[in-house]
Design a protein around this ligand. Structure first.
Ligand code: AP5
Ligand code: ZN
Length: 216
């Protein structure tokens, strides 16, 4: 089964994708993670993407489609793919249709995760992760122990994404509304769209998604 998690920055796409990987053995294809890895490695793609990502704008369709096309050639794709943060524009959605057809894959469902903008700014601008194990924390909602220790791995180093500040989050939300939200109608017309309440508790959202996929 191949699905798209469609939603604004901070909707919980990454959180839910990781849970599906753990529970259902699917593969997470996060263009954000892939681009951040390219930036960290200093590849040509990373050099082109760095400033665009830090400004909260969208990386060009050509670059992103190229990265996804290459990833879809890996053998683990047969476990089922969760597209997280892709497609984000009409051109990307059309390119994905073509890539899936070319590689003999189908798109089973598009899950739209609905969350109000103000809640998103709070979720994303307060977010940070443990540098050791990747566990997610938040300035107000979920802190490490009083001694500043990660309760999962015991690590004491934490990191924050350079684009997770209130100003850049608003730019990312602007890009979402202008470029990505129209894909909801695109997939509705294709008969693939399922909507879930992304403001519910994390486990509840997970149950809604698995139900939408016919798993729960
Ligand atoms: P990307 O990495 O895709 O970022 P994003 O879409 O902005 O998404 P986030 O990772 O911020 O949020 P999320 O929905 O995964 O939420 P999360 O689970 O972390 O993209 C970054 C940049 O890369 C883009 O701006 C662009 O420049 C570029 N890019 C990437 N893909 C591209 C593409 N296809 N085309 C062009 N450019 C591209 O959750 C957020 C927080 O909320 C966490 O703290 C979490 O613990 C908490 N949380 C989650 N769910 C809940 C809940 N139900 N209740 C309470 N808290 C919750
Ligand atoms: Zn940790």
């Amino acid at each position: 089964m191949n699905i798209i998690l469609l939603g604004p920055p901070g909707a919980g796409k990454g959180t839910q994708a990781r849970m599906l990987v753990e529970r259902d053995g699917m593969v997470q294809l996060s263009t954000g993670d892939m681009l951040r890895a390219a930036v960290a490695a200093g590849t040509e793609v990373g050099q082109k993407a760095k400033a665009v990502m830090e400004a909260g704008e969208l990386v060009s369709d050509d670059i992103v489609i190229g990265v996804v096309s290459e990833r879809l050639d890996a053998p683990d794709v047969s476990q089922g793919v969760i597209f997280d943060g892709f497609p984000r524009t009409a051109a990307q959605a059309e390119a994905l249709d073509g890539l899936l057809a070319e590689k003999g894959l189908t798109l089973d469902a598009v899950v739209s995760m609905e969350v109000d903008d103000e809640l998103l700014v709070d979720r994303v601008s307060g977010r940070y992760t443990c540098a050791g194990c990747g566990e997610g924390y938040h300035d107000r909602h979920k802190k490490p122990t009083a001694e500043g220790v990660c309760d999962k791995c015991g690590g004491t180093e934490f990191k924050r994404r350079p684009d997770d500040n209130a100003e850049t989050v608003r730019a990312r939300l602007g890009a979402y509304h202008a470029e990505t939200a129209p894909l909801i109608a695109y997939y509705q017309q294709a008969g693939k769209l399922k909507s879930v309440d992304g403001m519910a508790e994390i486990d509840d959202v997970f149950a809604q998604i698995r139900k939408a996929m016919g798993l729960g």
